[in-house]
Design a protein around this ligand. Structure first.
Ligand code: SF4
Length: 264
């Protein structure tokens, strides 16, 4: 995969090259990062999608059941890239249920450099979630090649709605930044966002997703919660190694989740 990125960049005369993924088995992402380091080749961007939702065309069982949710995914990707000391080479794009100004703020606070929105833009365009994207019978003309249905999408009317949605969503994110006393999205950190984690308990993102020191995955001892991912991954393959999980790993994992539950 990293060889292919290198080749694409050469063949395109240096155009930005990146890939999109939804985090599944964590060791796969460690494997990608190890391969990047080994080959000294980095994509310009990684787009992180969330496991929530799915297009109208996705298999029902895949919606909400396959892949890590977006917030966890963005924080994880940021931390691993930072742990390997390679975040400086790569922009992170968050994609998945991004629809409001606060969604933009949340993802940027977690580590995204920018956000993609697909569904929200489709709603602005007139999508009614009829779930027929794959059948060429989209009743609103959004996802069809059928000329009689395509007529339903009046570009002159709909382009204004999409433009307004984009402009006002960005404006509301900027308003939220101002309310937090910030001048630039890059000033956002995990310390700025709180979320409710139980009926009588809120926690800041920095408590839920603690940062790891930059470069801390370049030498042992690794941060506790990344030890297993490091042990299970190699630069040569996406497949996990045959490393056997020991009781020590379980003890580490439990102490990490205990800390989270106690709000540490
Ligand atoms: S309205 Fe069109 S784009 Fe939206 S879910 Fe239905 S088929 Fe897909």
């Amino acid at each position: 995969m990293i060889t292919f990125i290198k080749k694409l960049r050469e063949l395109s005369g240096g155009k930005p090259v990146g890939f999109k993924l939804c985090i599944g088995r964590k060791s796969e992402f460690f494997a990608i990062c190890k391969a990047m380091l080994e080959m000294n080749t980095y994509p310009d961007f990684i787009t992180v999608d969330g496991g929530e939702g799915g297009t109208g065309a996705s298999p029902q069982e895949f919606s909400n059941a396959v892949g890590m949710p977006l917030r966890e995914g963005v924080a994880f990707v940021y931390d691993v890239l930072s742990g390997f000391g390679i975040k400086k080479h790569i922009k992170i794009i968050a994609s998945g249920k991004v629809a409001s100004g606060f969604d933009l703020v949340k993802n940027i606070a977690l580590g995204a450099d920018m956000c993609n929105a697909a569904r929200a833009m489709m709603f602005a365009l007139g999508c009614i979630q009829a779930l027929e994207c794959n059948s060429n019978t989209c009743p609103t003309g959004v996802a069809t090649q059928d000329p009689s249905l395509m007529k339903g999408l009046v570009v002159d009317d709909k382009k204004v709605r999409v433009f307004n949605f984009h402009r006002l969503t960005v404006a509301s994110a900027v308003e939220l930044l101002g309310a937090a006393g910030l001048h630039h999205p890059y000033q956002l950190t995990r310390a700025y966002i709180n979320r409710r984690i139980a009926q009588n308990l809120t926690q800041s993102y920095i408590e839920t997703f603690p940062y790891i020191p930059e470069g801390s995955l370049l030498q042992t001892p690794y941060p506790l919660r990344f030890e297993l991912g490091m042990a299970l991954s190699t630069a040569a393959s996406f497949a996990p190694t045959d490393y056997k999980v020991s009781s020590i790993d379980y003890a580490h994992a439990n102490s990490y989740s205990d800390n989270l539950n106690q709000g540490h």
